[in-house]
Structure formats: C-alpha cells, structure tokens
Ligand binder design. Structure first.
Ligand SMILES: *Cc1c(COP(=O)(O)O)cnc(C)c1O
Length: 459
C-alpha cells in the first residue's frame, strides 16, 4: 500500500506546491483520544498515507529552498525503506554485523569523498547538531585532560570554562552542542572584523596566546546566510602553532570538496581534529543523517566508551561497536541509505549534482542582479544566494519590514519555499538550492513569485 502510493506521490512532487495550507485542516484527523480498540493495520496505514501525502510539507520536492533542506535520491529512499524492513540494532556488532560493516564502509567512502585521511575515526549521527556533540565532546575530553581531569568520570566541576573561538559565521547548533555538553552556549567568543562576521585572525591569535592554546577553534565551512566560509588553512596554522583543537562545521559546505570549482574552500580540512557534516542536506538522504569524524579514534572511545576505557579495534577488526564511538546506544542502521545512494551514483554522480547546484545558484544570482527590484547582497560562492526585495521608492528603513512581510506571503503562497534571515542588519532571503531534483526553472519561479507577491505590497 505504501509502495503503491509512493510512485504517484514522488512523480507528482515536481508539480505540486511545497505546501498547501488549505490541507492543514486535515491535521485535526491526527488527533482524538487513544483508541481502545484499534482500527487495524490496513485502515490505520491507509489513513496515514492519505492524510500524509496531502498535508505534508513537500520539502523533498525541487522548490524547497528554506533553511538547508536536501531531499532523498531514489536509491537513498529505497535504502531507508530497507533500513526499516530489516530493523537492525546498529549499536553493537553482535546485534548486526551487517549494519556495522555498512557503517565502516560508508564512513570510509565519505572520508574519501571529503578528502579526509582514512585514519580518522568516524560515526554516523542523527544530525549535524549531534555530530557537533560528538566532536566537541572529544574536544572537551582532550581539553580537560590538560588539567589532569578525566571529564568522562569527574565531569566539569572545578574546571574553568572551556574557551571556544570562532568567527561571526558560527552556527547556532555549535552553541547548542556546547550547551548540551555543560560547557555553556556563551563560552563561544566570536572574532569578526566586519558586520558580515568575517574572521579577525589577528584578534583570535592574540586571544589564543592569552589562554595558552587551551581552546577549541570552530571553523565554519559554508554558513547559512551566504555560503561564506572561514579560511581553514589559516585556522589550522593557528591551531597548530598554539596547540589548540580545530573543529570544522561543514554541515553542507563539506561537499565543496567534490568539485574542482569549490574544492579550495575545503582545503585544509584534513588538518582538523574533528569535522561535522550532514547527510540529510547535500547528500540527499532522508532525515536523520549526520556524520562526525575525529582525527584520533581513541579519543572517541575514551569519550563515549563504557567506563572511559579505550576500546580500540585493530584496523582490520570488523567487530566495532559503534555505540562506543558516539552519544547513542541503540540506533538504527542509518548507513544503509548512504550506502545505497553512494553505490548508485558514485563520486561522479555526486560531483555532477553539486556542480548543477552551483550552476543553479549562480543562475539565481544572475537573475537577482538583473531584476530592478531585487538586490544581491553577497557573492554566490556555494549553494546559498543572499538577496532582498528592494523596489524603487521604498526607503531603507522600511525594507526590513517589507521583506519580512514578503517572506510570510511567500510561505503562505506555497508554490516555492524560501525563508528570511538577518544579514548585516538586513532582513534577507537566503534560498539554498540543494535538492537533486532542482533545476534552473525552479529558481526562475522563485524570482517570478517573489516579484509577483511583492508588487502589490508597495503600490
Ligand atoms: C544545518 C546546519 C547545522 C545543523 O544541522 P542539523 O542536521 O540540523 O542538526 C549546523 N551547521 C550548519 C552550517 C548547518 O547548515
């Protein structure tokens, strides 16, 4: 039944709006009391599929440019269904040699794809936020160890706050991870030389000297407002010189490594101590999919293994218990959709997809520059295009309110989704085209719809 509904649903994704608010009334059908006597499996699933295919946000279609939303390639989706079919417990080798082996294989493939040394440790996580928790927990262990404290057994009590330094590009999820780890979200200090948040390297350098290098540097590879990145080689030099930890947030930006056109942005990634990336963004596998890579695999087992013991499998030992390398215990076999999609399309397929998104983004940038009532606010470097609506005759002080209102209207209209953000004090649109189905026609529609909805607002 689900398989039967899938074909027409997926085939129709390109035509339907991203969201049709008139269908939201269906959400009431989800409610009601807990049934005493159930409806039976067929009736329950039929109901769910009918209301789901109508009321869902069709964000895996080609025109959801809000936040940073990927999609699911056909192979990834089928791999995900297989994960549910087989229902593996992927935390322990003994429970699933299949899931364990698949995880080891895909982590190896991903390291190759991103240009990371094979010697790095890795673990699949539900998201980039949890990959931050994984990498930064290892950083926290390393940092506390310099004070002679085993933080896994003693905790942080008695230690000073752990200094975390970044540029103004730092993502909120880094702060959230630090907050979860008991380090506190406000320990992040940003060093920015302008209101776009670009790194002030000299200021960070001076502060690193002051704290004797006992600090964590967070480099951002692909920020969510403009796709801008910190200079990783310079930050790696800084980390090396001061003996600091270098963590890279490459949630989607790490895919820059796939194309010769953008690979320079990811140069130096191999010098990081920990790297965060997402699968449910540019890899186009279904939610929930993230990866954490850590230079020193032993630190992962010290941080997450039982009793703080380092459990180090031999390099060719396949009996890895992935629940000793990350924050989860029981977990699903999230390697399977990744395996299926990488096996299906290969490095070439992904390079072609990334380059198509670079072209689509540049095309959108061109359209914005040519439109008299749109203003491009940052160069298009990756797969994010930052601009605002700026028709003639509207004074600067009214533009933020106008763009916020236009953002609301765009989501209510539903044909194309893009969200607003704040960049250098301006309310802006920052669509991110990274769904495998997206073509130039989809971003052309975004421009048309925005101008169509904006025109009556200023009349
Ligand atoms: C999306 C994103 C995150 C958080 O990822 P989740 O998978 O939503 O937890 C972190 N950093 C950047 C740059 C992102 O784009």
């Amino acid at each position: 039944m689900v398989a039967g509904a899938a074909g027409p649903y997926l085939d129709g994704l390109a035509e339907r709006p991203v969201h049709d608010r008139s269908q939201d009334t269906l959400l009431d059908e989800l409610g009601g009391p807990l049934p005493e006597r159930g409806d039976g499996a067929v009736a329950a699933v039929e109901h769910l599929v009918r209301l789901g295919t109508q009321a869902a946000t069709h964000s895996s279609g080609p025109r959801c440019f809000h936040f940073v939303v990927g999609g699911a390639t056909p192979a990834a989706m089928a791999g995900d269904w297989t994960t549910s079919l087989l229902d593996q417990g992927a935390g322990l080798w003994v429970l699933s040699p299949l899931a364990t082996k698949a995880e080891t294989v895909v982590l190896g493939w991903l390291k190759e794809l991103f240009g990371l040394p094979a010697s790095f440790g890795g673990v699949l996580t539900p998201s980039a936020t949890l990959a931050h928790v994984t990498g930064l927990a290892c950083a926290r262990y390393w940092w506390a160890d310099q004070y002679g404290v085993d933080v896994t057994s003693r905790g942080l009590a008695g230690l000073p706050p752990m200094p975390v330094f970044s540029s103004g590009l730092v993502h909120v999820s880094t702060r959230k991870a630090l907050q979860i780890l008991g380090c506190g979200r406000d320990t992040v200090r940003t060093f920015a030389k302008d209101d776009a948040g670009r790194l002030d390297l000299a200021a960070m350098d001076a502060e690193l000297a002051r704290v004797d290098g006992r600090a964590v540097i967070v480099a951002n590879l692909g920020d969510v407002n403009t796709g801008d990145s910190d200079p990783i080689p310079e930050l790696a030099d800084l980390a090396e010189r001061h003996g600091a930890w270098l963590h890279v947030d490459g949630a989607f930006g790490v895919f820059a490594a796939l194309s010769p056109r953008t690979a320079h942005l990811a140069a130096g990634l191999e010098r990081a101590d920990s790297v965060t990336a997402d699968g449910h963004k540019w890899l186009n596998v279904p939610y929930e999919s993230g990866f954490s890579f850590v230079r020193d695999p032993e630190l992962m087992t010290r941080t997450f293994g039982a009793w703080g013991a380092a459990y180090l499998p031999d390099e060719d030992d396949e009996r890895i218990n992935y629940n000793t390398l990350g924050p989860e215990s029981s977990r699903r076999a999230r390697a399977l959709p990744i395996w299926a999609t990488l096996r299906a399309y290969g490095r070439d397929g992904y390079r072609a997809m990334v380059e198509r998104h670079l072209d689509v983004s540049l095309h959108l940038g061109d359209l914005v520059e040519k439109a008299p009532d749109l203003e491009l606010l940052a160069p298009v470097r990756l797969c994010v295009v930052c601009f605002r609506y700026r028709p003639d005759g509207v004074p600067e002080e009214r533009l933020n309110e106008l763009n916020a209102r236009l953002g609301e209207a765009l989501l209510a209209d539903g044909r194309v989704f893009a969200g607003t953000s704040t960049y250098r004090g301006m309310t802006v649109f920052r669509p991110a085209p990274l769904n495998w189905r997206t073509t130039k026609a989809d971003v052309e529609l975004l421009v048309d719809v925005l101008r169509e909805l904006g025109a009556p607002m200023t009349g």
